[in-house]
Ligand binder design. Structure first.
Ligand SMILES: Cc1cc2nc3c(=O)[nH]c(=O)nc-3n(C[C@H](O)[C@H](O)[C@H](O)COP(=O)(O)OP(=O)(O)OC[C@H]3O[C@@H](n4cnc5c(N)ncnc54)[C@H](O)[C@@H]3O)c2cc1C
Length: 373
């Protein structure tokens, strides 16, 4: 049985961002354990080879404009890789550099299997295959990539979820159906068309919104690629096709819309409807909002269980979804401030984070912001 103060679950940008902040606050070696079921940046290592970040990286940190994909104010993926739109492997490399720089020890290949909430005084009991850990604080930063959304329509399990695809150029040539027209759907269409396939994208929701929140509309990077695609003439967008079901009939996949329209393909449709909200072994320790997101207080702590925090892309503070790195990194301070208070850590680093735009207190920020032209 190992005893520690803080366990962070997940060595993605959220978990490592919180760990790096705690390290800068002076947390001691034996007070912090990071658990990672795969390798550092596991999610990014699973991205298809051709996938790139849509948010650009630029080493503008010195001007208080921290690189959009950085997880600390003093690092920059653009600086460490020399790239503006990194692929998954390059971002995982950046995360490895961050771990080395801040001397964060990560227990890789160590999956958290269960959590028991003991009393307030005794904290939590955690089990992995090889470790039993008692701790006082948990930061769940397990991400979403390992739980694809297979409930968006009936028969979704007959499709291939885009997160399962490693290489688009290994697909047999022909006509494909892509379900979901946001970032990953357009990425799938772009890559399939580039390989000479015909693609029909269903339920296209991209460019027609007047929001400037990149969580609501296609990013400029994707919109630009899409514009090039329409020149290719290989991609058809059906913006009014809401998929009701996918069925397999003989050697055809039959996709039916809620209005009764039917399309067929000899290949399984590509499901690009995103990911589920599934907090794995801590799922039961949270209450949920009506939209399914975990309910947290102003410190991103579970409303149900004290000292259990959520970090990363599943954070939703009505009306703001903190789904991108540059958004949720602004919340690393929230759990760290509670932990820092309890462990009497040095919180002066928060001033530096604030200057770097990495303290996000105003959760109406995107709604109240106007972008005139
Ligand atoms: C294709 C794609 C493109 C994207 N492009 C961008 C972009 O351009 N810009 C941007 O800001 N965001 C982008 N995102 C979103 C971004 O990837 C996520 O917001 C980010 O990965 C979330 O970080 P995280 O640390 O919360 O989760 P993750 O990066 O998924 O990290 C979670 C980690 O937890 C580990 N884990 C899970 N369960 C357990 C367990 N039980 N025990 C131990 N370890 C566990 C996982 O293995 C994983 O390493 C993209 C996402 C996808 C899928």
């Amino acid at each position: 049985m190992i005893k520690t103060e803080v366990v962070i679950v997940g060595a993605g940008p959220a978990g490592l961002g919180c760990a790096a902040l705690l390290k800068q606050m002076g947390i001691e070696e034996g007070e912090l354990i990071v658990l990672e079921q795969g390798e550092i940046g596991e999610t990014f290592l699973k991205w298809p080879e051709s996938m790139r970040f849509i948010t650009p990286s630029f080493p503008s940190n010195g001007y208080h404009q921290t690189d959009l994909n950085a997880i600390t104010p003093d690092t920059s993926p653009a600086f460490s890789t020399g790239k503006e739109h990194l692929n998954g492997e390059e971002y995982a490399q950046y995360l490895n550099l961050v771990t080395q720089h801040y001397d964060i020890k990560v227990n890789t290949q160590t999956r958290l299997k269960s959590v028991v909430n003991l009393t307030d005084e005794e904290g939590f009991l955690l089990e992995t295959d090889s470790l039993s850990i008692r701790c006082n604080f948990i930061v769940w930063a397990g991400g979403e990539f390992h739980t694809p959304n297979v409930n968006a329509f009936s028969g979704a399990s007959l499709c291939i979820h885009n997160s399962e695809i490693q290489r688009w150029n290994e697909k047999e040539q022909g006509a494909y159906i892509v379900i979901g027209g946001y970032e990953s759907g357009v990425d799938a269409a772009y890559n399939l068309a580039n390989e000479g396939n015909k693609v029909t994208v269903l339920d296209f929701i991209g460019n027609n919104s007047d929001s400037y929140d990149p969580s609501m509309v296609l990013s400029p990077y994707t919109a630009e690629r899409l514009a090039n695609l329409s020149l290719l003439g290989q991609v058809e967008l059906d913006e009014e096709f809401k998929v009701a079901s996918v069925q397999k009939k003989a050697d055809q996949y039959v996709v039916t819309s809620t209005c009764g329209k039917v399309l067929t393909s000899r290949f399984p449709p590509i499901n690009c409807t995103g990911f589920d909200i599934n907090l794995g072994p801590v799922a039961e320790l949270f209450d949920y909002q009506v939209n399914g997101y975990p309910l947290v207080n102003k410190f991103d702590e579970s409303s149900k269980v004290r000292n259990l925090f959520l970090a990363g892309s599943r954070l939703y503070h009505d009306p703001t979804l903190l789904c991108f790195i540059y958004k949720f990194r602004g919340r690393f301070f929230a759990p760290c401030s509670v932990i820092g208070e309890e462990l009497a850590l040095d919180m002066s680093i928060f001033r530096h984070y604030k200057k770097a735009g990495m303290i996000l207190n105003d959760l109406n920020c995107c709604v109240e912001q106007e972008c005139f032209c």
